[in-house]
Design a binder for this molecule. Structure first.
Ligand SMILES: [Zn+2]
Length: 455
């Protein structure tokens, strides 16, 4: 008796790069049969007209701030709803709580809406030591921070992330010292670059140097928000050449032409519009005094002065460059960079994966279905050494996302991130039905996946 039998769907075969017709059976958390199958099964899903994909793997997300925002699991529920079954948090150098705390809360919850791996955040421990964002850490301070990061790895962190834009005082050699202090030659690091737009190419060269100099695995985070302001062609050429020589390098990217941050940050300092080729009316205000309006010179200056912590959305990126980063055949993965704060945020947290399948595959045809699925499943799975995930093969983990390729579409908008996607009809997580007819029916089938350094 199968637990779940999924009939009449197409599934991606990444060996032949074809979509193949076949029923898929699931028992005890694993894929146990593929082909022309009959029951008996406890549950039968008719997947006619649907694609049965490995569950999407989000290699760059942000996790819940359990301590300050409660245990609602808003981010991970949005992830599950858009078909993400496994994600990597702790991105951009900043963690919301240490790994011990994170794991103990998951234990209390009795499971999680998705499987999750965590990085530890370099900037978090740097800030904790009281080091100013504009100064370099001393050797003694680096020793203390790396000791803490070592402990995080023992607790289950998968790797370490950096956010150079947030702490511009971190010199290159500080990063190299930290990376070299870890003995595992293949350790995973990711980085939010030092600067966007006119600083993008220098930042990418710096990151290529980090991986070449240290020999470690290295992920460039959310490439589009770094270089879709006129630099993407050069950025992709640089990265593709570097990856050809050193496959330990790669990048991820999200499918939106806007980023979101606080209006008072250095991102909006003098010269930003010139460097992006944009103007005041490209800045949208989702909340506050001017909710749902675009800036003028006057409102922009007023908010910078009087309401600097107000989150605004900057439509600073160019559509054709977003598409180029998604479609790049040489490398690259799809990832959300999703985060939610105070029940608001950027729609990427709730729409990234269906948006790529709806807009970039079906409507704009900038990438084929199989290539897009590859960048959402098997590539991030291999990157995170999750060899039982990211593929539909007998014996693999039964994490599956079943969607309608004719209707799949993101729903979340900048005005309301809680509008559901369309067409993500079923999600199976660890062999259990987690989403049925587009509704979450089990938000506790996921678990913490420890990294390779736990004892
Ligand atoms: Zn970032």
């Amino acid at each position: 008796m199968y637990d779940i039998l999924i009939k009449n769907g197409l599934y991606p075969d990444f060996k032949t790069m074809q979509l193949v017709r076949g029923d898929v059976a699931v028992t005890d958390g694993k894929i146990t049969a593929i082909g022309e199958l009959d029951g008996p099964a406890k549950e039968v899903i008719d997947a006619s007209g649907h694609i049965v994909s490995p569950g999407f793997i989000d290699i760059h997300m942000h996790e819940e701030s359990f301590v300050t925002e409660g245990h609602e699991c808003i981010i991970s529920n949005l992830m599950l709803q858009m078909g993400v079954t496994t994600g990597l948090g702790g991105s951009c150098g900043v963690i919301r709580q240490d790994i011990r705390t994170f794991k103990s809360i998951l234990d209390e919850l009795g499971g999680f809406p998705m499987n999750i791996l965590m990085q530890s955040g370099y900037n978090t421990f740097r800030t904790e030591l009281g080091i100013s964002r504009y100064e370099a850490a001393s050797d003694e301070q680096i020793r203390i921070i790396t000791e803490k990061l070592q402990d995080e790895l023992k607790q289950g962190a998968y790797g370490v992330s950096f956010g150079l834009e947030y702490d511009p005082g971190i010199p290159s050699d500080e990063v190299i010292k930290v990376m070299k202090s870890f003995p595992d030659e293949d350790m995973y690091f990711s980085m939010h670059y030092r600067a966007d737009s006119t600083g993008a190419i220098d930042s990418i060269n710096e990151m290529i140097n980090f991986t070449n100099e240290t020999g470690k695995r290295f992920q460039i985070s959310h490439l589009s928000s770094c270089s879709a302001m006129g630099q993407m062609e050069e950025a992709l050429k640089l990265i593709n050449d570097a990856v050809a020589k050193n496959p330990k390098l790669d990048y991820d990217t999200y499918p939106y032409n806007a980023f979101s941050t606080r209006i008072g940050t250095a991102v909006f300092d003098d010269g930003c519009f010139e460097s992006w080729g944009k103007t005041y009316s490209d800045i949208y205000m989702p909340s506050g005094k001017y909710a749902n309006q675009y800036c003028t010179k006057e409102t922009f200056e007023e908010l910078r002065r009087d309401d600097p912590n107000r989150y605004v959305v900057a439509f600073a990126m160019n559509e054709d460059e977003i598409a180029a980063a998604i479609a790049n055949p040489a490398c690259g993965m799809i990832a959300s960079d999703g985060q939610v704060k105070d029940h608001a945020g950027h729609p990427r947290a709730a729409g990234t994966f269906p948006r790529v399948l709806g807009k970039y595959v079906r409507e704009d045809k900038v990438i084929s279905m199989i290539d897009a699925l590859k960048k959402m499943t098997i590539v991030p799975a291999e990157r995170l050494t999750l060899h039982n995930k990211g593929r539909i093969e007998v014996g693999c983990d039964a994490d599956l996302t079943i969607f309608n390729p004719e209707t799949v579409k993101d729903g979340a908008t900048f005005e309301n991130i809680f509008i559901k996607p369309t067409g993500i009809d079923y999600v199976v997580l660890d062999g259990k039905l987690a989403v049925k007819d587009g509704e979450i029916v089990n938000a506790r089938a996921g678990k913490f996946i420890p990294g390779p350094y736990t004892k």
